[in-house]
Design a protein around this ligand. Structure first.
Ligand SMILES: Cc1cc2nc3c(=O)[nH]c(=O)nc-3n(C[C@H](O)[C@H](O)[C@H](O)COP(=O)(O)O)c2cc1C
Length: 188
């Protein structure tokens, strides 16, 4: 319950690198998520090289400015495409919040996206439990679904990017976010 309540979308990270052991532990937590008929339709790309992170952050930002994805606008709660384009074009906007690592979860089969989201939540709660911060980066999904990016990452073209997750040591506290009370519409 503590992890569930205290995990935050972290948007400020220290320069401390994340160890391979920690990343392996997080991926192991992810693959222990439930999946439909235990099909485990997930695969992971890990990016830690600073130059590669910067290159993808720039390319993802340029893509957002050029072709803002309307589904992502809806998801992010931003009121309109113009505002998203404006936000993405601003000098301070860094797609991965300058995190030291990025874990991209790909769905390896049609219909695998919900299972990947369960894996993502396992990963984020596990990261919290070892003092690491995460932020889901839905805005980077179009980038990781680009054919040339999949080629570069050795990802088969028919896999779908479910969710990129920024990862690093949080730089300070992230203020708590609020939640509306749960809407229980029926309880019979
Ligand atoms: C599917 C999904 C996509 C998201 N995409 C982004 C994103 O592109 N950039 C970002 O900074 N936060 C992103 N977030 C984080 C949400 O904004 C954040 O979870 C929400 O504001 C609640 O804050 P909390 O996680 O700290 O409770 C995303 C979250 C989800 C679940």
């Amino acid at each position: 319950m503590k992890a569930i309540h205290q995990r935050r979308a972290v948007r400020s990270y220290t320069d401390d690198p994340v160890s391979r052991e920690d990343i392996q532990l997080l991926v192991d937590a992810a693959v222990h998520a439930p999946s439909a008929v235990n099909c485990q339709p997930w695969a992971f790309v890990i990016i830690q090289d600073p130059a590669t992170l910067a290159h993808f952050a720039d390319e993802g930002k340029a893509l957002l400015v050029k072709e803002p994805p309307s589904a992502e606008v809806f998801e992010s709660g931003l009121p309109d495409i113009d505002r998203l384009r404006q936000m993405a074009a601003s000098e301070d906007f860094e797609l991965f919040h300058e995190a030291r690592a990025l874990i991209v979860i790909y769905a390896t089969g049609a219909g695998g996206i919900p299972d990947c989201f369960l894996a993502a939540q396992n990963l984020m709660l596990a990261a919290w439990s070892i003092g690491l911060g995460t932020c889901p980066i839905g805005l980077a999904r179009p980038l990781f679904n680009q054919a040339h990016v999949k080629d570069e990452l050795k990802v088969p073209q028919d896999w779908l990017c479910a969710l990129p997750i920024a990862l690093g040591r949080p730089d300070g506290e992230t203020p708590p976010t609020s939640r509306r009370p749960a809407q229980i519409v029926s309880w019979k």
